[in-house]
Design a protein around this ligand. Sequence first.
Ligand SMILES: CC(=O)N[C@H]1[C@@H](OP(=O)(O)OP(=O)(O)OC[C@H]2O[C@@H](n3ccc(=O)[nH]c3=O)[C@H](O)[C@@H]2O)O[C@H](CO)[C@@H](O)[C@@H]1O[C@H](C)C(=O)N[C@@H](C)C(=O)N[C@H](CCC(=O)O)C(=O)O
Ligand SMILES: Nc1ncnc2c1ncn2[C@@H]1O[C@H](COP(=O)(O)OP(=O)(O)OP(=O)(O)O)[C@@H](O)[C@H]1O
Ligand SMILES: N[C@H](CCC[C@H](N)C(=O)O)C(=O)O
Ligand SMILES: [Mg+2]
Length: 481
Amino acid sequence: MKQVQVITITGNTDKAVSAVCIDSRKVSEGSMFITVRGTLSDGHDYIDKAVASGATAVVCEQMPSLQDATVTYLLVKDASAAAGDIAAAFYDFPSRDLKVTGVTGTNGKTTVATLLYQLFTQLGYHCGLISTVTNYIGTEAFTATHTTPDAISIQALFAKMRDAGCSHVFMEVSSHAVHQQRIRGIEFDGGIFTNITHDHLDYHKTFDEYIRVKKSFFDQLPKSAFALTNLDDKRGMVMLQNTAALKQTYSLRVPADIKGKVLENNLSGLVMSIDGHEVHMRMIGIFNAYNMLAVYGAARLLGEQDVEILSVLSSLHGAPGRFETIRSGKEQILGIVDYAHTPDALLNVLATIQQLRANDERIITVIGCGGDRDKTKRPLMAQVAADKSDQVILTSDNPRSEDPELILDEMEAELSFPQKRKVLRIADRYQAIKTACSIASPGDIVLVAGKGHETYQEIKGVRTHFDDREVLGETFRVLQK
Ligand SMILES: CC(=O)N[C@H]1[C@@H](OP(=O)(O)OP(=O)(O)OC[C@H]2O[C@@H](n3ccc(=O)[nH]c3=O)[C@H](O)[C@@H]2O)O[C@H](CO)[C@@H](O)[C@@H]1O[C@H](C)C(=O)N[C@@H](C)C(=O)N[C@H](CCC(=O)O)C(=O)O
Ligand SMILES: Nc1ncnc2c1ncn2[C@@H]1O[C@H](COP(=O)(O)OP(=O)(O)OP(=O)(O)O)[C@@H](O)[C@H]1O
Ligand SMILES: N[C@H](CCC[C@H](N)C(=O)O)C(=O)O
Ligand SMILES: [Mg+2]
């Protein structure tokens, strides 16, 4: 555990702190307020507000010009690093009492972390899960606000997990979290890399920087941990280059520590051979074969016996909103809701559908791209949709602060003439799904991608209830298909 690098302390050091906060809006009497420099604003600007709300200690990188005599100020070099270290100490280093496995990669984090949580729960352990969809402490669910929460929320969750008697935690580690040091203070037992493809270039600026940030998660792992990577990803080995952790690999294509082979792949699941054992699984598509290898490999590295793991793998069902199928009432149309929100994920899910359809059923895809996120993925996602579908309806995802029509313009911008002929544009997502279902004939497949488990849509900063699964189900009922 790293020590907080304190440059100077001003004020009384002999007082208890009731809470640790990085957000002045959450400060209460006796809190310690840590000033993080963010992307929109600077935590230093909220010191006065935090003190007015009762903060009695302030951790900052720059002393405020006017200081309050009743407040203790700690001047540090790196307040984001201090936040993780202080939070870990405040909650008495909960990760030391938990086996913590972090999952990183562009796609598959939620799936792998959720499958591991399901697997270890079925093996009889009390587990925690930190994920995009829901956080769990044992079987109790807590709303998730981020894929990886801020450092203080993580340590608070860990403390609750420890106090509830959890032994294992599976958590997603996003690249934003690594970059912002939200994972600082966690003593990891293992790290898993799924893959890296185009995403988040709005934040990381270049693909090389995105790779560097993901790799730095493995660089930070201790010798006692394992680092499990996907050898079939071009950057799989790069991730492990400088790690002190035990290097382990999985692959479907080349020799690896965990070697798998897909024997059957259809709409009811996968049959795989893993380390020579045949396993039937409910997860669909080759990308899930990779997720399964990661899960099996991590479980082995966490000390479980292969026979025990294999006996449970067949019953795992993955995360909500990932390749979730909804059949129309008369079973004529297959609806699929999937969280594919990157070009690679969309390509994988559509390639899977193409491979698995019995005859040449038509594929109708409804897809949008989120606002205030990587703009360079917009034309790519529209192109993938057009290339791999028979009909595409471009629509809104979560436009957030952006104009939905301008996002659609960017999606359409690089479509070729033959691609354009397949594309309709309907900004209203409800109408887009309704139209897709209306034009679907018996046997067709309607893929609604991008929002998966989400139960809201955010337009101009306002969130309203929206659930692709509900809309598909309702529309099928109304159309009596
Ligand atoms: C771009 C980004 O990552 N932003 C995150 C970042 O916010 P920020 O840097 O903009 O913070 P800021 O608003 O500038 O404020 C700076 C500091 O002042 C504090 N503040 C701010 C206002 C105030 O009144 N008082 C106050 O004290 C803030 O708490 C913060 O500590 O730090 C905040 C606290 O941790 C996060 O909530 C926030 O996530 C925003 C909401 C977000 O949408 N993040 C997304 C992009 C994200 O993190 N996504 C990844 C998943 C990506 C993936 O792999 O798909 C995730 O892990 O969820
Ligand atoms: N191993 C994989 N490789 C490629 N694509 C995948 C893989 N696993 C899942 N996907 C696709 O990516 C989508 C998102 O999967 P998942 O939610 O597990 O990823 P994530 O990394 O948690 O995403 P986020 O960054 O939003 O947290 C899925 O709906 C599926 O289309
Ligand atoms: N973790 C991703 C999720 C994107 C999901 C998509 N529905 C969107 O809103 O853009 C992000 O925050 O970029
Ligand atoms: Mg996720």
